[in-house]
Design a protein around this ligand. Structure first.
Ligand SMILES: [Zn+2]
Length: 70
């Protein structure tokens, strides 16, 4: 059985290591906890690609695909 690489989820061995490393980095960015810029709630996250929203105050922000930083 092949060794499982926990940190490189989702893509398998289809792509090169460089791309997989980038993907892992982006994946961690996506999962990272963020605070809502309006109410400070931690229920702030990405809704769709480029759309970030807060579940507490329903603030919607257009950000980048993988991170809120503009
Ligand atoms: Zn909020």
């Amino acid at each position: 059985m092949a060794k499982q690489q926990k940190s490189l989820k989702g893509l398998g061995a289809r792509y090169g290591i460089k791309i997989r490393k980038q993907y892992t980095k982006i994946h961690l960015q996506l999962k990272a906890k963020r605070s809502c810029p309006q109410c400070g709630s931690k229920s702030f996250g990405r809704d769709y690609v480029g759309i970030w929203s807060c579940k507490k105050c329903n603030l919607k922000v257009a950000g980048m695909a993988y991170d809120i930083k503009l």
